[in-house]
Design a protein around this ligand. Structure first.
Ligand SMILES: Cc1cc2nc3c(=O)[nH]c(=O)nc-3n(C[C@H](O)[C@H](O)[C@H](O)COP(=O)(O)O)c2cc1C
Length: 212
């Protein structure tokens, strides 16, 4: 091999090494930036969530509702028991009938649909006992649903059912729920009417580090 070939070979190796290094550096620098911007999108969505009680006359598809329910069922649950069922109401007459029973959910007839998040007491642990955490589990599912509704440009609101006996009875009767299915809340869903704004609830007085 002559002198020129050796020099060319060395230069080619040096060029290759520089290229590999450039690709590696740009990738490793890009990753935290991408992760940071993803976190900021998620955080902004959390801050933007608000209760929406007025809805435009616009349909919400079953596909959209399925996305909301997928988010709901991604929630954590005690001992991974998933003690929940979701009753979807997207029939206008049924929404109005429910509103007639529930004075605190007067926005229902305007909504395109509603999801009733229920605890399923027939889901039992290895001792045959129903979950003691079903209200927490269903609450986590509800918050997931509300956050994804916000991200999809939909408006929704948690309206309370459990633990008020008369509300539980009214919803159970209206939806023919079996006894082991307990409605925790009812979430009307639709496209927001007007321009609802989120509340800023951050208060540093609520935070204590290490001890009170
Ligand atoms: C357990 C619970 C029960 C609620 N019940 C109702 C209700 O019956 N009717 C209603 O309009 N909003 C209800 N809300 C929504 C709250 O009023 C609302 O979250 C609160 O005012 C804060 O406003 P934001 O959701 O816009 O941040 C309920 C929320 C929770 C967590």
């Amino acid at each position: 091999m002559n002198k020129y070939k050796i020099v060319s070979l060395v230069l080619a190796f040096a060029l290759l090494a520089t290229l590999v290094r450039l690709v590696y550096v740009s990738q490793s620098e890009g990753q935290p930036a991408a992760a940071e911007s993803k976190a900021s999108v998620v955080f902004q969505n959390i801050l933007n969530r608000k209760s929406v009680r007025a809805y435009a006359d616009r349909k919400v598809t079953r596909e959209q509702l399925d996305t909301l329910l997928r988010a709901a069922m991604a929630a954590p649950t005690g001992r991974d028991m998933r003690p929940w069922k979701f009753v979807v109401v997207d029939d206008t007459a049924a929404l109005s009938a429910l509103a007639g029973q529930l004075p605190y959910a007067k926005m229902l007839p305007q909504a395109a649909a509603a999801v009733v998040v229920c605890g399923d007491l027939s889901v039992t642990d290895d001792q045959g006992k129903p979950s003691t955490n079903w209200t927490f589990d269903c609450s986590a599912a509800t918050e997931n649903l509300l956050l994804v509704a916000e991200a999809m440009g939909l408006g929704a609101v948690w309206t309370g059912v459990y633990p008020y006996d008369e509300r539980v009875q009214a919803v159970s009767q209206a939806l023919s729920l079996p006894e082991h299915i307990v409605p925790l809340n009812l979430i009307p869903i639709g496209y927001p009417e007007g321009n609802p704004t989120p509340k800023d609830k951050y208060n540093s007085d609520n935070i204590h580090f290490n001890a009170w």
